[in-house]
Design a protein around this ligand. Structure first.
Ligand code: ADP
Length: 264
């Protein structure tokens, strides 16, 4: 959990469609936003970029299966013999009119949804049962959540009653031209040398769902390009940044190596 404070320069984000305008309008109108999409396709970077552009602090919470409502709202802690209330990141975001980003929200415990509901309709309120406070979110506050539909199982689906409280955008991997520009910029590798990597990614993503749970992410392509820019041999870079992270199965790894050979 961290708060990124106002930055003079927004972190680099290359828009794929009209997502920046949608975010800006949702923020102006006080509407919550859900970002759907696979890991490493730019959701977090997008939120960081927009928070900086809008001049709002950002609280990011990586949700996990043990994350409870109290972790978001806050709790009494013992400090020097006395108990003291300490706000959680969601409460801080509401008090400060900040943006709160709940990454992989479906992972969190069920009691979290109960907290989110009054914040995501026109009440825009956060109930803090333990202190008896009811906070009304100021205009700058925005709730953003993400989830990866690919990871979901029946037990971890986002309930329709929760989904229908959010505007939603589907994120996929950027188109090849955008992705090559992003990978080149982030890794420092010349775009001409990034292009075959992006072509390889296209082939690998066509395989996902069959032998691979998920296609290669933009993040992994940036890792591969960074290794190559750092002087590593191509095959070693691809082995460490693409093949090994994607599979533990020797057969699948070999199929990926064959794909590499067909691209290079
Ligand atoms: P997610 O939150 O979807 O798992 P991230 O936002 O962490 O993914 O994206 C992984 C990396 O990919 C980022 O660090 C960033 O370098 C890069 N990236 C992906 N898409 C874009 C984009 N459209 N503009 C700029 N960087 C991007």
């Amino acid at each position: 959990m961290n708060a990124l404070l106002r930055e003079p320069l927004a972190p680099f984000y290359r828009p794929v469609s009209t997502e920046c305008a949608l975010f800006e309008t949702a923020h102006a109108k006080g509407l919550p936003l859900l970002l759907k999409g696979p890991t490493g396709c730019g959701k977090t970077r997008f939120v960081e970029h927009m928070a900086a552009k809008l001049g709002r602090p950002l609280y990011t919470v990586a949700c996990h299966d043990d994350l409870s409502a109290a972790d978001l709202i806050g709790r009494y802690l013992l400090r020097g013999g006395a108990t003291e209330w300490v706000d959680g990141p969601l409460t801080r975001a509401v008090r400060e009119g900040a943006i709160c980003y709940l990454d992989e929200v479906v992972e969190a415990r069920k009691d979290v949804t109960v907290v989110l509901h009054p914040l995501t309709d026109n009440r825009r309120t956060l109930m803090i049962d333990r202190t008896g406070e009811e906070l009304v979110a100021p205009p700058g506050f925005m709730l953003v959540a993400s989830y990866n539909p690919g990871y979901q199982n029946i037990l971890k689906r986002l309930k329709p009653s929760t989904r229908q409280r959010f505007l939603s955008i589907s994120f996929t991997f950027p188109d090849p031209v955008t992705e090559a520009a992003v990978v080149a910029r982030e890794s420092g590798l010349a775009e001409a040398r990034v292009q075959p990597l992006v072509r390889l990614a296209g082939h690998i993503r066509a395989l996902s769902g069959m032998d691979l749970e998920e296609g290669v992410s933009t993040r992994l392509l940036i890792y591969a390009a960074s290794l190559i820019a750092g002087g590593m041999a191509l095959d070693k870079a691809l082995e460490a940044a693409v093949i090994e992270p994607l599979t533990d199965e020797p057969d699948v790894a070999q199929a990926l190596r064959d794909l590499v050979a067909s691209v290079y």
